[in-house]
Design a protein around this ligand. Structure first.
Ligand SMILES: [Zn+2]
Ligand SMILES: [Zn+2]
Length: 186
């Protein structure tokens, strides 16, 4: 039965019981997206330091497999990727929403690493596209420089989403004693 127009008081009461998400933007969602993106960027720093000081340091016994010719798709170095995947999944499963966003950022970095590092640079995948975009070409060439220096010492370009310019890398290689005989990335 029609009961006439709602009074101002009834209108305010109805508005008060509407879900908050319908009344205004959801600030936590924006904050969570920012946490995810910040984690993704920060992972490049963490990955660069881990590659330089752990994988080319005491963890070389595992990373070495990635710097040597090998048969097959898997290598001992993949243990690092497995550790990253387990940590990211653990954060996403066990954490509160903020920790879950950090886990998702770490997982996204792992996925990007697999696609570009394993797929684009080392061509471990059946599809082998050639990098054409200047940014991808810079990453590709910088990582080839990383592999051109044999052994764990004097290497250059430890990051993956960021790569120094070719001139900077050349200067770093010169300062470290020069390149070993050139060869394909392994
Ligand atoms: Zn390395
Ligand atoms: Zn590599």
């Amino acid at each position: 039965m029609y009961q006439g127009h709602p009074t101002l008081m009834q209108f305010k009461t109805n508005q008060a019981i509407l879900p908050q998400s319908l009344c205004k933007p959801h600030p936590p969602m924006i904050a969570h997206l920012l946490i995810f993106l910040c984690t993704l960027v920060a992972m490049e720093g963490v990955g660069t330091l881990a590659h330089k000081y752990i994988m080319h340091g005491p963890g070389w016994w595992l990373h070495r497999s990635h710097h040597e010719a090998h048969l097959g798709t898997l290598e001992a170095n993949d243990v690092y990727l497995l550790a990253l995947a387990l940590a990211a999944i653990g954060l996403m499963v066990l954490g509160d929403p903020v920790v879950q966003c950090i886990g998702a950022g770490a997982a996204a970095y792992g996925v990007i690493y697999v696609v570009f590092h394993d797929g684009l640079v080392h061509r471990h995948w059946p599809v082998r596209p050639s990098p054409r975009h200047p940014y991808l070409l810079r990453l590709y060439q910088a990582h080839l420089m990383h592999h051109a220096i044999k052994g764990r010492r004097n290497s250059v370009s430890f990051g993956f989403l960021y790569a120094p310019s070719q001139a900077t890398l050349n200067a770093q290689v010169q300062a470290s004693g020069g390149l070993a005989p050139p060869g394909e990335a392994v």
